[in-house]
Design a protein around this ligand. Structure first.
Ligand code: B12
Length: 476
């Protein structure tokens, strides 16, 4: 094996730098009495969160480029098809299964096994793992097994600390960050206290990196930040928000429970008399769920790749009443509306072009056949090759077209809706209605055209199949 970099000064210096850095971290842990002690005071977590905040600031300021995230973004986002899970049904089925387990086991044996586990935890005599395995064999549940030990050891609570300054350090000079800070100052002047946010995690979702990054960055922007514990219930999140008298609750959710949790948090806030506290949501949330969340009461939704200074500006604009808290953009300027409109037109054009392209392809297919007609044998051979090759390919193309068409026309509709929402805030309502009618009827016409094209294609294919059946081998 040849290592072209062997002995390279550059590589050796990189290796050395890496070792030095690693050694500094190891020494820090050692100085605190080893990793167990370091974990108890939350040191490794703190270092990870610092690194995450620094990296996020580098991405947000453009110092680090991630293609498709902060540079060279797609003109039109592809719509993703995601699997929809009915959380309520899953929960009910899990409860049913747990009850089945509990009803079919020998409860006395389970109680003894759990008792033995608690005693081992208390006395330190015996093996916890062995006792846990015995309890599991008796069909004790995971919750019961951990609860048997929790009685003695308590439950681990991660130490939550907000790091300050790390995000700001990298973001100095970023005009968006500066603007967010100015807005936070303006808010403090108007309200007599800084904007206050509770960054919360709810449900069984342990992804807390995004939440921590947001907490750190928002603190550097000028928010008073409270960070809630992991695995909170919606009622606990609301209580925490009310007790801390925050202006806004930011839920970070990455485990597909947003459609369950957000309506519950909103309802709990109302129940606790603070329906005025705004709720914003961030994390891994598919675009097509945004509307649901707005309708459920979310004031804004921030997906992966969110630029934090701009997100901070938006939140502050909502808090200062400069933007509506329902996902629409009230203060859209005429340029942004124009841009949206052009984007919609581009997407509309794409939908049309894909239809035209498909038509051209099928015309070429028939042309190819017609120009190849010669003797009866040649026709037969041609028909056979089309059955085996061209027809299945044509069907695949039609399917691809339908997918592209549906996707681009959905995007077009979304974009037109946004354009209209922008206009709604600035121009005459009558004109809007007429534009809306126009768009809707042109899209309906487009749909009808495409469907009739597809029908005609299907008829052509059926006729050809009939021909092939009659003169060629049976079509498979
Ligand atoms: C790191 C990671 C983990 C780490 C988490 C470490 C930690 N302490 O956070 C570990 C390894 C533990 C993990 C575990 C799991 N993970 Co994971 N994980 C990821 C991963 C790769 C990155 C998440 C991340 O930290 N991103 C960096 C942060 C900074 O970005 P972010 O959270 O998106 O935040 C940004 C925005 O969303 C927004 N934002 C977020 N929150 C908030 C809040 C507010 C108020 C605001 C304003 C904005 C905002 O702003 C941020 C800055 O731009 C994602 C995939 C991905 N690329 O997103 C999967 C992902 C989230 N994980 C996933 C899964 C399935 C799991 C597991 C269930 C796997 C398993 N079977 O065990 C477990 C679940 C554990 C649990 N109990 O929750 C899935 C979730 C799928 C879904 N939603 O349907 C994902 C999407 C991967 C995938 N494509 O399948 N994971």
């Amino acid at each position: 094996m040849v290592d072209p970099w062997a002995g390279s000064y550059y590589l050796e210096s990189l290796t050395d730098a890496l070792m030095q850095k690693a050694w500094r971290l190891i020494s820090e842990v050692e100085a605190h009495g080893g990793m167990t002690k370091a974990i108890e005071i939350g040191l490794p977590k703190l270092r990870i969160e610092e690194a995450a905040a620094r990296r996020q600031a580098q991405i947000d300021s453009g110092e680090e480029v991630i293609v498709g995230v902060n540079k060279y973004r797609p003109e039109v986002e592809d719509t993703l098809n995601t699997r929809e899970i009915d959380n309520r049904a899953v929960r009910e089925s899990q409860i049913r299964r747990l009850n089945e387990v509990k009803n079919s086991r020998n409860q006395t044996v389970v109680n003894e096994a759990l008792q033995a586990l608690t005693e081992t935890a208390e006395t330190g005599k015996g093996n916890l793992l062995e006792c846990s395995v015995k309890a599991a064999r008796a069909r004790a549940t995971l919750g019961e097994i951990s609860m048997a030990m929790e009685k003695v050891f308590g439950r681990y609570q991660a130490v939550s600390q907000i790091i300050s300054g790390v995000y700001a350090q990298v973001s100095q000079g970023d005009p968006d960050f500066q603007k967010a800070q100015d807005m936070a100052n303006e808010f403090a002047k108007r309200e007599g206290r800084p904007p206050r946010i509770l960054v919360a995690k709810a449900g069984q979702d342990g992804h807390d990196r995004g939440a921590k990054v947001i907490a750190t960055a928002f603190a550097d922007i000028g928010f008073d930040v409270d960070v809630g514990p992991l695995f909170a219930t919606p009622a606990e999140v609301a209580r925490n928000a009310v007790e801390n008298d925050v202006h806004v609750v930011g839920i970070s959710t990455l485990a597909a429970a947003h459609k369950t949790l957000i309506p519950e948090v909103v309802a709990e806030l109302k129940k606790q008399g603070r329906g005025d506290i705004r709720v914003i949501v961030g994390g891994v949330i598919p675009q097509h769920d945004y509307e649901f969340l707005y309708r459920a009461g979310a004031a804004a939704v921030f997906g992966p790749g969110t630029n934090i200074p701009r997100c901070g500006q938006k939140v502050l604009a909502i808090l200062m009443g400069e933007e509506p808290a329902d996902g629409t953009t009230k203060k859209a300027t005429s340029e942004t509306i124009d841009e949206l409109f052009h984007e919609a037109m581009r997407s509309y054009e794409k939908a049309l072009k894909s239809g035209i392209q498909l038509q051209e392809e099928s015309v070429n297919l028939w042309k190819d056949l017609l120009t190849g007609l010669g003797s009866a044998e040649e026709l037969q051979a041609k028909l056979e090759s089309m059955t085996a090759d061209a027809f299945p390919q044509a069907r695949k193309r039609v399917e691809e077209f339908v997918e592209t068409f549906n996707r681009t026309s959905n995007q077009t509709i979304d974009l037109f809706e946004k354009t209209l929402a922008g206009h709604q805030a600035t121009s005459v309502t009558d004109a809007q209605r007429r534009v809306q009618d126009l768009i809707e009827s042109s899209l309906t016409a487009l749909r009808v055209n495409v469907h009739s094209t597809l029908n005609t294609n299907a008829k052509i294919i059926a006729s050809w199949k009939e021909l092939v059946d009659r003169f060629g081998p049976a079509v498979k």
